[in-house]
Design a protein around this ligand. Structure first.
Ligand code: HEM
Length: 410
């Protein structure tokens, strides 16, 4: 997969260089989104897309529409209740992607064995021609005799491969680009930590020799880089409402009460990630990557979830983020353009960290999360921030008591 990712990172660096030539602040989050979409289609699904150059790329357009839920809901409603509108309304994006996925599988099968190592190839290698596999694992009813992990011999039907292609696209695009945006935000607002990270990268990299991707082995040895990303995801977890489970049996928690069967339990990730007992002695509100050098509770950090249903793309996402950051920070520095953009004399010289520096508009929490939700609802982003803060306060005590139960459940 490395050469495939190298290609999309290469294009990203070209786009960055183009922006750099303008010497103007810009929104790097938009570039991250195109980069992650390009990477997931290319490394995961075997297409040589060029979404970073071509904003009209149909895969980019349709994939982004999938994520715009209200648009889809209205489309569905119209097509269902007013069939006459079907002629005028284009296919919904989900169907479009499913059709493309079927086409991709067929094309790959016709090509036979190729050298291209991507997710699709791995899935096809474990495919079966059967339409349905009755292994009992599709059942939602808990079964004491059932293994938690699927047996290794388990094969994938064509339908499952199509569904997985779709799932990877949805799960792997916005998450990773938002993570990159938060990291950029932290870099811009913590110049000392940024310098430290750049020195760390320089120490592992020979600038004169290494132009391409770092090997998996080398990048795995870069501990500070790893801690930097983990600390960012601790403070800015992307998917705070995704990690939930349903209790399959009744259980009791001291000082809380009895939790009935079927209760949906949502992990309150903010409370967990900002708990000073779990993350001290340095204040959890301080950005301090070195806190990861100390061994913590195994469930204290869960931006990718936990247990058998943990994020399957975690390693991929971390690798993608690391490779991109190494390339980016080798050449550029990220500069907060908040006040400096207001300065008519230019703030560039002021932040002379490396020879080749750039002002980027860091897409921080403001840009990434609340504004995106706000755009899809009628709730202002300030109101959403307020609600999130209240939610965190309200849940703090309760969640702490829930922790041991959560440990059992995952
Ligand atoms: C920074 C990036 C990412 C974050 C923060 C993230 C986070 C998560 C979280 C919290 C879950 C739910 C886990 C649970 O309930 O315990 C999840 C599930 C999942 N993620 Fe990710 N993810 C990221 C990147 C990716 C990527 C790049 C892919 C695909 C290549 C991916 C594919 C999936 C899939 C398929 C699931 C469902 C797993 C299952 O239910 O068995 N994710 N992710």
């Amino acid at each position: 997969m490395a050469p495939l990712m190298n290609r999309t990172i290469g294009i990203f660096m070209e786009k960055l260089a183009e922006q750099h030539r303008h010497k103007q602040p810009f929104d790097i989050y938009a570039l991250f989104k195109r980069f992650t979409m390009d990477t997931i289609w290319s490394c995961g699904l075997g297409l040589d897309t060029d979404m970073q150059n071509n904003l009209n790329d149909p895969y980019l357009v349709q994939s982004q529409r999938v994520l715009f839920r209200y648009d889809n809901a209205i489309r569905y409603w119209l097509r269902y209740y007013l069939p006459i509108t079907q002629r005028f309304i284009s296919d919904d994006p989900v169907t479009w992607i499913h059709k493309q996925a079927e086409h991709l599988i067929k094309k790959r099968a016709e090509l036979g064995d190729t050298n291209r190592m991507d997710l699709l190839k791995l899935m096809l290698e474990s495919a079966t021609d059967d339409d349905f596999i009755d292994d009992g694992l599709g059942s939602v009813v808990a079964n004491a005799d059932m293994d938690i992990e699927a047996p290794l011999v388990r094969q994938l039907t064509q339908h499952e491969i199509v569904a997985n292609i779709y799932l990877f696209m949805v799960a792997g695009y916005e998450t990773t680009s938002a993570a990159l945006a938060y990291i950029t935000y932290v870099l811009a607002t913590h110049p000392n930590e940024q310098r430290k990270l750049q020195e760390h990268i320089d120490a592992h990299f020979d600038h004169n020799v290494d132009q391409d991707m770092l090997s998996y082995e080398l990048i795995s040895k870069m501990e500070y880089l790893d801690m930097f990303i983990r600390e960012t995801l601790r403070m800015y977890p992307i998917t705070e409402s995704v990690i939930n489970r349903q209790s399959s049996e009744e259980f009791h928690i001291e000082n809380v009460g009895t939790i009935p069967v079927g209760t949906i339990i949502l992990a309150d990730i903010y409370t967990l990630h900002f708990n000073s007992d779990l993350w001290g002695p340095v204040d959890p509100h301080t950005f301090y990557p070195e806190r990861f050098a100390t061994k913590r509770h195994p469930l204290a950090w869960i931006p990718f979830g936990a247990g058998p249903r943990t994020c399957v793309g975690m390693r991929f996402a971390l690798m993608e983020i690391k490779e991109l950051l190494v390339r980016l920070l080798k050449v550029y520095s990220i500069v907060d353009c908040g006040e400096s953009t207001q300065n008519k004399n230019g703030g560039v010289e002021h932040f002379d960290i490396q020879n080749n520096h750039i002002i980027l508009n860091p897409a921080g929490p403001k840009n990434c999360l609340y504004d995106a939700i706000s755009a899809q609802t009628n709730i202002s982003s300030n109101e959403l921030r307020q609600r999130a803060a209240n939610h965190m306060r309200h849940n703090a005590d309760y969640y702490l008591k829930m922790m041991p139960a959560y440990e059992i459940l995952v």
